[in-house]
Design a protein around this ligand. Sequence first.
Ligand code: SF4
Ligand code: SF4
Length: 97
Amino acid sequence: MINLHNAMYYTEEKNSKVKCRLCPNLCLIKPGEKGKCNVRINTDGKLYSTNYGLTTSGARDPIEKKPLYHFLPGSCAYSYGTVGCNLFCQFCQNCMV
Ligand code: SF4
Ligand code: SF4
């Protein structure tokens, strides 16, 4: 079941379309469709987030595994993420273009 949460940072446009202004993609989304990130959906002219509050992974790692140079050596970093991405890196296993 999809968890819909009222989205922020969008405007209502003509013909029940919505313009998402959360990121530079500025998706113009028709009713029933999603933005490029695949997680913000237009339902009856309102924009909803489907990944609000969802976590798909979390990990505690030594800071040395992160792409940082000599930043707090010997400490730990905590990473977490959710579904959806608004970028399209060609090398990515999650890239859908
Ligand atoms: S990619 Fe997602 S967050 Fe970015 S503008 Fe489009 S719908 Fe909004
Ligand atoms: S590597 Fe994949 S998940 Fe990370 S920003 Fe690029 S497309 Fe998104």
